[in-house]
Each structure stands twice: as C-alpha cells, then as structure tokens.
Write a protein of this length. Structure first.
Length: 139
C-alpha cells in the first residue's frame, strides 16, 4: 500500500497536463493561423459564420461530456446547455444550424481534416498533422 500511493500520485501528475490542454483545430483550408478567445466565442455562438476569405465556417462539437469538452466550454464561458439554447434560437430564426456533434476526438480530427472551413477541438495529445492548431487552451 505504501508503494501504491506514490505510484498513483506520479501517474496523476503525468496524466494531468494531457487532460487539461485543449487544442482548437481547423481544416488546413481555414485562412487563419491563430484565433483569439473572443473570435472563438463568436464562432461557436454563430455570430461569425464566414472566414475572412468568404468560406463558410463549419463548427464541430463533441457529444461526450468528458474533460476535453468541459475544459473547452469553461474556456468560452458557456455551459453545454446554454450553447444548446443559443444554437436552437439560431436554428429557429433561420440564422444557422447547430454544430455537428461527433462521437469522439478521433472522429473530430478526421471530420475537421476532411471538411473545408471546419473548426473543432480535441485534447492536445490527440493532435495529428492533418489539421492546424489555432489556439491551445491551458486550463
């Protein structure tokens, strides 16, 4: 038992940053190399619907309520339920569709990589060269 506690603490220390860093990712066609927090909020609330080059912004979300989604929504200052109501209002007023909710971070990366204009978020540890990173959230 004496050896188990230090091992657990060490594992938590090593795993901690992987869970807390979230990368905002985009399709390589997106004409930005970085994104400010306010821009990210405006994209996810549907207030920005086009990139600077006129291409449509295609917002992606995660279905599971895990640490990545929790950290992302904490960063933008909105609860998951608040975001759902914002998107429902946009849908009913004809101002836009809610983001596509994807099953996993791996599906998120593949979807963003294969969808021009797409933006999403994943754990930084899941990043691949198939997408570009616009912002890293370090909670």
């Amino acid at each position: 038992m004496k050896l188990l506690l230090p091992t657990i603490i060490l594992m938590l220390f090593q795993a901690g940053p992987g869970f807390s860093q979230v990368a905002v990712i985009a399709n390589k066609s997106v004409p930005l190399d970085s994104l400010k927090k306010v821009e990210l909020i405006n994209i996810y609330t549907g207030d920005i619907r086009e990139w600077g080059n006129g291409a449509a912004v295609l917002v992606k979300d995660l279905k599971p309520k895990g640490p990545t989604k929790k950290a992302f929504y904490k960063f933008i200052g909105k609860s998951s339920s608040r975001m759902k109501s914002i998107w429902l209002k946009k849908l009913l007023s004809g101002e836009g569709d809610p983001p596509e909710a994807l099953e996993s971070e791996e599906v998120m990366i593949n979807s963003v990589a294969n969808s021009p204009g797409a933006i999403g978020f994943v754990s930084q540890s899941k990043l691949t060269p198939n997408v570009k990173t616009l912002l890293v959230i370090d909670e």
